[in-house]
Design a binder for this molecule. Structure first.
Ligand SMILES: [Zn+2]
Length: 68
């Protein structure tokens, strides 16, 4: 895998690089989920905003020791 993560919107599959730390995998997973939502709901969010959203969400989950 060239990138750390990718979403296939046709197969509904998200792939995450196993070389990442667990924390890194969670950030990428959140990011790819947001990418999929952005695509499916045609939200038209810029990629830079998706990056901010995934980082913020990860911080809230991590700082509150929430898992999903
Ligand atoms: Zn992305």
């Amino acid at each position: 895998m060239e990138r750390w993560g990718e979403v296939n919107n046709y197969l509904n599959v998200i792939q995450i690089g196993k070389e990442l730390t667990l924390s890194g995998q969670m950030v990428i997973l959140l990011h790819e989920i947001l990418e999929a939502i952005n695509y499916r709901l045609e939200l038209g969010l810029e990629h830079s905003k998706l990056c901010i959203l995934s980082e913020v969400l990860h911080q809230v989950l991590r700082d509150n020791k929430l898992s999903f």
